[in-house]
Every structure is written in C-alpha cells, then in structure tokens.
Design a protein around this ligand. Structure first.
Ligand code: ZN
Length: 283
C-alpha cells in the first residue's frame, strides 16, 4: 500500500477495518514519514486531551482537598497524568511498529503535564550560518508539500510562504521538532517548532518584547532570534530579515495573547470553568 495519508487519524483512533489496519501496520514498519505522522497524531490527541483539563497547582489542589465536603482525590495532577499516560502507552504496545512508536512517544511525554523545552539556539544559529546542519535537518525526514499540508492541518504550521515573499525551501522533521527554512534570495528565515512549553531558563539573555501585538523573547543581532510558545508548541525563528518581515511572519503564526489584552480576564474565567468541570469529573 502507499502512504497512510488521510487514514492516519482513523488508524490512531482504531477505526480502520482489520485488513486495512494490518496493511497500515506493515507499512509503518518500513515508512518513517508515516510513523512520524502517526506519532504526531497521537501527540495531537494527547494535547487535545490535556487542553480539557489544565494543570492545577499542587498548593491549590492541597487546599481544595482540605475543604470539608470536597471529595477530591488527593493526588498530584502530575501523577494522575503519568498514570494515564502509562496506561495509554501499554495499550499502544500491540505490534512491533506500534511499540516503537510508543517508545518514541513516551520519550517525548511530558513529566508535569507539559514538556519544558530549551531550544538549542546555538545549533540553530550555526545552521543558519551554514556552519552545520541541525540534528533535525541532518537525521530527520524531509517534509514535502503533501506532508506540509498535513502537518499544518494537524497544528504544526508549515506554510508555503511567510511574510509574502519568503518561500519554504527546505523542511525536515524528527520525533520532536519540525524545522523549516524560508528564503527570498536576499533574506533567510529558519523556523523551528517543538512540542511543549518554553523553559524560562532557556531565554536568559533574551529581551521580552512585543512583535505584531504578541509578547515574545528576542535576541537581536545577526541573525536575530525570536522564540515563544503558543498552543502547546515552542516556536523559534532565526532570521536576517528586517522587522517588517519578522512582524508579518509572527502575525501568520500562532502567538501568545498579550497580557494587557482585555480578553485575558475572560480566558482566566474559561480556565477556571474548565478546572471546575474537571474537579466535578474527579469527585
Ligand atoms: Zn508511508
């Protein structure tokens, strides 16, 4: 059979007819891009599952657990997550290729609800300068147009162009990172996307700034580095493009909401409502 393509989601959900599922498993044993697509689909499902239940600070959990009538399982959120993750990974160990995926996914599985990511900025800059290929470009699998479209649909933006005239020239992916290189003949812009949340320690030495209305971390220079996280992915841009193209690029990618945004109190309210929903589930 050919690539799984549109059957990836059905395969992950166990919705394929038995014969098709068997063919898919055989194909996955020999096809790295499809294995990756399945792993990403699993990760997406996990992200959506987690979005339904935000991490609750342990101190808040503890004080809620002390309420006289609150029937809350007094167990840290992280170990609840870990337990459910273990269960899911065991379920995944059904075939050798699926087992491989489960291992790959477990490696990238968060410890505390969300992975803390420290982007390897130095390697990114070295790659930008042409001094070396980043590991993901050296060992990952190439992203073609079909793959780019699928990744974009799955929440990993792989746009054809950015800022109007920066065209996607290269794309590559490994188990945890999508790496894309854009250019217009004069300027270049490398974009990296990693699952998780940006580590605070990673951006020491960076400046907090607002670009296209969104708060991001920036290290200005040649090249300029910008990094931020949004919707469960950490984005890093390494570029020699000017502020106009950088601003347009960020406007075309998911970015965090500015803290002085009037919609923030609503979001907090949403978060609390979802947490309350989760608490009643747990009771
Ligand atoms: Zn394939």
């Amino acid at each position: 059979m050919g690539h799984l393509d549109d059957d990836v989601a059905a395969y992950v959900d166990g919705q394929l007819p038995e014969s098709a599922a068997l063919a898919a498993r055989r194909h996955l044993e020999v096809c790295e891009p499809c294995r990756w697509a399945v792993a990403q689909q699993e990760a997406l499902k996990e992200r959506m599952r987690q979005a339904g239940g935000p991490a609750v600070p342990h101190t808040l959990m503890a004080s809620l657990a002390q309420l006289p009538d609150a029937r809350i399982e007094h167990e840290p959120w992280s170990s609840r997550l870990r337990r459910s993750r273990t269960a899911r990974v065991s379920v995944g160990v059904l075939g050798s290729c699926v087992a491989l995926l489960a291992v790959a996914f477990a490696l990238g599985a968060p410890d505390d609800g969300v992975d803390e990511v420290s982007p390897p900025f130095e390697a990114y800059v070295a790659a930008f300068a042409g001094a070396s290929a980043t590991p993901v470009l050296a060992t990952g699998s190439p992203i073609d147009d079909v793959q780019a479209e699928r990744l974009t649909a799955e929440g990993w933006p792989c746009h054809h162009t950015l800022a109007g005239d920066l065209r996607r020239e290269h794309g590559s992916q490994d188990a945890s990172t999508v790496a894309l290189s854009y250019g217009n003949g004069t300027h270049r812009l490398d974009l990296y996307e990693q699952q998780g949340a940006l580590s605070e320690a990673a951006v020491r030495g960076f400046t907090r700034t607002t670009v296209a209305g969104s708060p991001v971390w920036m290290s200005a220079g040649r090249p300029t580095i910008l990094t931020w996280d949004a919707d469960g992915l950490v984005y890093t841009v390494v570029t020699d493009a000017g502020t106009d193209r950088i601003g347009r690029t960020l406007a075309e990618l998911p970015t965090p909401v500015a803290t002085d945004d009037p919609s923030v109190p609503e979001r907090v309210g949403d978060g609390f409502a979802r947490m309350a929903g989760w608490l009643s589930d747990a009771a």
